[in-house]
Design a protein around this ligand. Structure first.
Ligand code: GLY
Length: 325
């Protein structure tokens, strides 16, 4: 009995010390601090992120959750026929069809995705339905389409006169170039932090222009195109999907932040890893990241990448730092 009591006191002592140490370590790493922004924080890729962030803020202001905000924000871009890299009017594949990829991830670790989804304007909302209404993470092609229809999404032809024209132009030579060059805009990825410090993310794209039929990029792949760990932060990617998938880009960035890297240093390290394995002359890849303290950062291979930031209820466009000077 005496021994049991001694063991109990000893174990309780160890538990208290561990709690103290882990709190101290977390404090050092900055995990337990929530952001100081007045209002939520949103970060999204490219200049189309400005509109997306504004919509996300509006969603929160009208009582929506952080998850609603990152979904509604990117839906605006999916519906924009002038935007040639996402949703309606996106770039066709090698057969002239617009095949969309998207994923969404919540602060509780749940996630959903669709890939090669055709004739549905809002792949991000189908991805959310996959997350909420199925035991699965990723649905593809016809299976994703049938699922979307079963959930009440309407069939819509996503080709516009502009996307058809681009395809006709490309068809003249039909050169298959799996590169995303430095001028190309591609993909909207969004990270959001609500007033309680919970982090959410979304990502949606028509993918590499004129991609081989069936080719899937990073954007619907959890851990590549997007990753959230609510204890640490989140990251989202844009650019050539193959390069991002090979290093599990977004997951790596979150892990680096877990081990003390700042968001910008974590994004830079991911870009450096790509540059070690590949000839980066003709590929653009960029990452944005947000940590639990509300710090953010971005890094790209080439100049030209920018991202939209909403903080203290103000939205601005920030040029990313880059590897190639
Ligand atoms: N990042 C989009 C793609 O490679 O498809």
């Amino acid at each position: 009995m005496k021994n049991q009591r001694r063991n109990f006191i000893f174990n309780a002592g160890i538990a208290t010390a561990s709690l103290f140490l882990s709190k101290k370590l977390n404090k050092k790493r900055g995990f337990q601090y929530f952001h100081k922004s007045k209002g939520p924080i949103f970060l999204s890729t490219w200049d189309h992120g400005i509109e997306a962030n504004k919509e996300a803020l509006k969603t929160i202001d009208s009582g929506g959750s952080g998850l609603d905000a990152v979904e509604q924000g990117v839906r605006i871009i999916e519906s924009d026929p002038e935007n040639t890299s996402v949703g309606l009017g996106g770039m066709p594949d090698s057969t002239g069809k617009i095949a969309l990829d998207a994923c969404i991830m919540s602060s509780d670790g749940s996630c959903g995705a669709v890939c090669m989804l055709e004739n549905i304007e809002h792949p991000i909302s189908v991805a959310r339905k996959v997350m909420e209404d199925t035991p699965h993470v990723l649905l593809a092609a016809e299976g994703a389409y049938d699922f979307a229809i079963s959930k009440g999404f309407k069939k819509k032809n996503l080709n516009t006169s502009n996307s058809k024209k681009s395809y006709r132009e490309w068809k003249k030579e039909s050169k298959y170039k799996p590169i995303i060059n430095v001028e190309n805009h591609d993909t909207i990825g969004m990270l959001g932090m609500d007033d309680n410090g919970n982090i959410f993310g979304s990502c949606t794209t028509s993918g590499l222009a004129f991609k081989r039929r069936g080719r899937i990029g990073d954007s619907p792949i959890i851990g590549a195109g997007l990753f959230i760990d609510n204890e640490v932060g989140g990251a989202v990617a844009t650019g050539l999907g193959e390069s991002i998938i090979k290093i599990a880009g977004s997951a790596i960035i979150v892990e680096l932040m877990r081990h003390g890297y700042s968001p910008i240093d974590a994004c830079k390290e991911a870009v450096l890893r790509i540059s070690k394995n590949e000839d980066i002359e003709n590929i653009q890849v960029a990452f944005i990241a947000l940590n639990k303290s509300g710090e953010y950062g971005a890094y790209s291979v080439h100049p030209g990448f920018n991202y939209a930031l909403t903080e203290n209820r103000k939205t601005s466009l920030i040029d990313s730092d880059h590897l190639r000077k």
